[in-house]
Design a protein around this ligand. Structure first.
Ligand SMILES: [Zn+2]
Length: 258
């Protein structure tokens, strides 16, 4: 996004004041208040809250997304959300996006698509590759503040799985689904004590339907657990390994790191 006068005015017209997001959630949700009090010092970027329904259609978040972080520069971040003022049910989602900002500010590498890319399949692929590591990282942090994320996880599974079933799996889609499965496996370990959860069954069923994809996901999952993903350096090693497995991804993606 450029900084033209027109753009500044447009963004202003969609902006939600901090008090209607942070202030509101701190008063509504104890886990959010604990999270924000402890973590706010780690947020180096300035965050602008944008109201999805006020944005032009092309700028709105993808269907099914609860919120999304977009970076226009290293220091500025916009987070697109649905409710103004925020509601208590938004607390985990908004804490989730803030935790992504913290990971960026701490120097964790992020994956984006190549500049100017308009191919939806590629955009989704890059998003899933990044989220495969970043979402478990964020979830681990949120759980430590007492957020209950079981429902979010179940909803994500159901949505993700619906999407998987709808698509005609091209080469790129197959890789994307591989990353999605890997993410589910990593998150399941964090959110549930054991495999007796509603999503385990889904994962098993999908695994039976797409055994080659599931085998690859399990291989990546084992590799990630072996390396760990709790420092920017380890995450970089994991992304490099992914590029070794899928060399074509190098041309489709960009890595951003502070
Ligand atoms: Zn996320």
């Amino acid at each position: 996004m450029t900084d033209s006068k027109e753009m500044v005015e447009y963004l202003e017209s969609c902006t939600i004041p901090d008090g209607c997001v942070i202030g509101k959630l701190c008063s509504l949700s104890k886990p959010f208040n604990d999270f924000y009090s402890n973590e706010r010092g780690k947020v180096k970027s300035s965050i602008r809250w944008l109201h999805n329904e006020k944005l032009r259609e092309a700028d709105q978040i993808l269907p099914g997304e609860l919120a999304e972080m977009c970076t226009s520069s290293q220091e500025n971040v916009s987070i697109i959300i649905h409710n103004n003022p925020a509601k208590i049910s938004d607390a985990p989602t908004i804490a989730h996006e803030i935790a992504h900002v913290i990971a960026k500010d701490e120097g964790y590498p992020f994956i984006g698509h190549y500049p100017g890319c308009v191919d939806r399949e590629v955009i989704y692929l890059c998003k899933n590759l990044g989220e495969m590591i970043h979402d478990p990282l964020v979830i681990k942090k949120l759980l430590s503040y007492g957020f209950n994320l079981q429902k979010e996880y179940a909803d994500d599974c159901v949505e993700g799985i619906k999407a998987i079933k709808k698509i005609n799996k091209s080469g790129i889609e197959r890789i994307r689904v591989t990353f999605f499965f890997t993410q589910l496996l990593l998150e399941q370990d964090l959110i549930f004590e054991d495999e007796t959860n509603p999503c385990y069954e889904y994962i098993q069923k999908l695994g039976a339907e797409y055994p080659d994809i599931m085998a690859k996901s399990r291989e990546i999952y084992r590799y990630i657990n072996q390396i760990g993903y709790d420092t920017p350096r380890k995450v970089r090693i994991i992304f490099d390994k992914i590029f070794e497995i899928y060399p074509n991804l190098r041309d489709l993606t960009e890595i951003y790191q502070k």
